[in-house]
Ligand binder design. Structure first.
Ligand code: AMP
Length: 191
């Protein structure tokens, strides 16, 4: 089973993807995690995307499509969870082509709905908690970058809601509910 978790930053995609990995042996493909890993390890690509990511803008379609392509070639286990990908219509088209190429299909797109106030609060709390636990906050978990990230979501990513609705595989769920309730909603969509 291959699914997309769609939603703005702070909607809880990563948390729910983690639960699906544990319970359904699925593989989480988070382009954000892949890009941060490239940034940390200082690869050429990582250096190229660092500033764009820190500002909260989207990196190029070409880069993220390349990252996803590499992962689809490996073990499929219980299927893929696309977390933070696709984020543009071009990425959505590329994903459809890639799935075709690998003989896979998309089983569900789950849109996690959360309002802006909650998103901002969750993300700023995530940054505070990281620091309180002795770590460092994500470079883009600050108010300024967050504004840009939300704008990118509404401008470039939210058109995917209509795109997948038209294809008939979109289900929208309430992302404001507790983590367990959100998990249950996702489970009922996946069956
Ligand atoms: P995330 O961890 O999903 O919030 O992503 C963090 C940042 O990585 C985003 O703000 C973008 O700069 C970049 N990024 C992650 N996924 C994508 C994507 N699919 N397309 C473009 N940029 C992405």
């Amino acid at each position: 089973m291959n699914i997309i978790l769609l939603g703005p930053p702070g909607a809880g995609k990563g948390t729910q993807a983690g639960r699906l990995v544990e319970k359904r042996n699925m593989i989480q493909l988070s382009t954000g995690d892949m890009l941060r890993a490239a940034k940390t390890s200082g690869t050429e690509m990582g250096k190229k995307v660092a500033e764009v990511m820190d500002r909260g803008e989207l990196v190029t379609d070409e880069i993220v499509i390349g990252l996803i392509r590499e992962r689809l070639e490996g073990d499929k286990k219980g299927g893929f969870i696309f977390d933070g990908f696709p984020r543009t219509l071009a990425q959505a088209d590329a994903l459809a082509d890639l799935l075709d190429e690998f003989g896979e299909k998309l089983d569900a797109v789950i849109e996690m709905q959360v309002n802006d106030e909650v998103l901002v609060e969750r993300i700023l709390n995530r940054a505070k908690e990281a620091v309180a636990n002795g770590g460092t906050a994500r470079a883009d978990d600050n108010e300024e970058s967050l504004k840009v990230r939300l704008m990118a979501y509404y401008k470039q990513t939210s058109p995917l809601i209509g795109y997948y609705h038209a294809k008939g595989n979109l289900t929208s769920i309430d992302g404001l509910a507790s983590m367990d309730e959100v998990e249950a909603s996702i489970a009922s969509v996946l069956g």
